[in-house]
Ligand binder design. Sequence first.
Ligand code: SIN
Length: 321
Amino acid sequence: MKPRKLVILGTGGTIAGQAALASDNIGYTAAQVGIEQLLATIPALAASGPVISEQVSQIDSKDMGFDVWAQLAARVHHFLADDDVHGIVITHGTDTLEETAFFLQSVCQPDKPVVLTCAMRPVTALAPDGPQNLMDAVAVARHPGACGVVAVCAGTVHSALDVQKVHPYKLDAFSSGDAGPIGYVEEGRLRLLRNWPVALAGKRDIAIENIASWPRVEIVMNYAGASALMVEALVGQGVRGLVVAGTGNGTVHEALQAGLLHAQAAGVRIVRSTRCVDGRVLPLPGNAMADSQGLSPVKARIALMLELVAQDARISTTGQA
Ligand code: SIN
């Protein structure tokens, strides 16, 4: 039987970055090398089976936004529907990789593998990590039974639901926190430790391409001396949702809490998460603000935006929230 194709989508990032000096690992410009050119530097990749590539965007992922997400989701949907396609690999900057991974898992919930990969060193570095990460991502995408959105970096496979960038410089920059990684890639083989990402209730049907404007949801943080000022300013600007990155178990300074409760009473959706890197907010009986169901602040924001998009669609078709 003919092996099925793998699709590699390029979006930019350090994996496509270039610096003037090989010794410069931080003063580079991200998103300079096209996906075809990048793949051409890894001959072993072509030997692993048929691959087609496409450049979806060419950006530093700090600049990621809804337009690119919508294009990416459309290309992912398109290729996943092709019976000849076994899976998809996406090259991406590390900085917002966890957000794109969570977004794609939420809106695509693929039953084929969608593997995001990246690099912490540019193409021009003395020892770029991109080529090995790409080879590992391809190995994961070709693994029989692989499904859902995952991230591969430094030989480690993370679920879209748990992955978080935790280091600004080390090659092994990601963690899955308490959940632990899904597996490791060793010499081109996946050692699977636990299940692939699970489907998330009720988000698959959102028609991303029809979203004219995304509901505005912002993140505010709790810290010593926090006040209600930011919340008041955002409510004044018409924000529809706020995620609070609380301290510890999602606790919030009394002044900020007063602002959030006031906003909630005015119809703004409030979600309480934690600024702690590990663990999750545990619900407290009687707490007036919803908790983030284990999601980090940036992922809770995406979940809330998608919930508001779904709610708007329901209202426009049925007249009811
Ligand atoms: C980016 O996120 O696009 C730049 C940083 C990186 O990829 O490590």
